[in-house]
Design a protein around this ligand. Structure first.
Ligand code: SF4
Length: 223
């Protein structure tokens, strides 16, 4: 009897799809061969912020109240119970999954994703990076696909360390809320584009990536 080898389903994520915009080759290698670019030395400080903020928001969730830090700035209340991970089953080979930091639900039962962002510069002094737009589009897409109609908005809650003369007493943070319009169709189009990359032969390296260029230069001088 011939054994059927079932292709393992690939679960794309907003972060993974975002990486395809930097280099399709690395994206292809990541999902098709499980070869990841080495991470190097990265700060995990943002993860710690996320953990603390989630615990803080969880205190208010069962009370049906908004945390004071966002009260009056957003509409709706915190989704209770909270659902962090959402899936969209595209076909047998591909799916889309994403994890939301927080979700608000309005009186009309419409959903708004919210994401925590730590920032090393004042978010009021620079435009939002396009990756944030794609991320919120993805969350709106996942909510919609899970029968959770969205408000068409997404919130980004920034935490930027402020200066103070009494840092020995407290470490103040500037909290800034940015609200953007979401476009789930755009996320879906990007998802389809990402699948197309994975279904074709391995793409070329990105022309300006320092890693591949470094490898080429090394080969030139050692062969
Ligand atoms: S150029 Fe090379 S190392 Fe750089 S991201 Fe692409 S495949 Fe990875």
């Amino acid at each position: 009897m011939i054994k059927q080898i079932k292709k393992k389903k690939k679960w794309l994520s907003p972060t993974g799809i975002e990486s395809s915009k930097r280099c399709q080759r690395c994206f292809w290698l990541r999902y098709n061969k499980k070869l990841y670019q080495p991470e190097g030395i990265v700060s995990r400080l943002a993860n710690r912020f996320d953990t603390i903020l989630k615990k803080y928001f969880d205190l208010y969730r069962p009370l049906g109240e908004l945390p004071p830090m966002i009260e009056g700035m957003v509409e709706g209340k915190l989704l209770h119970p909270f659902q962090e991970t959402y899936f969209y089953h595209h076909d047998e080979d591909y799916g889309y999954m994403g994890k939301l930091d927080e979700t608000l639900i309005s009186d009309k039962k419409k959903y708004t994703p919210l994401d925590f962002k730590t920032s090393s510069s004042d978010p009021n002094t620079k435009p939002l990076i396009p990756a944030y737009q794609s991320q919120m589009d993805s969350y709106a897409f996942l909510l919609e696909k899970n029968n959770r109609p969205t408000t068409g908005l997404g919130h980004l809650l920034f935490f930027f360390p402020s200066e103070a003369k009494d840092l020995h007493n407290r470490f103040p943070m500037q909290i800034t809320l940015k609200t953007i319009k979401t476009n789930p169709q755009s996320a879906y189009n990007e998802f389809l584009g990402a699948i197309k990359i994975l279904e074709e032969k391995i793409p070329d390296s990105s022309a300006n990536c320092p890693f591949c260029n470094w490898r080429v230069e090394i080969a030139k001088h050692t062969t």
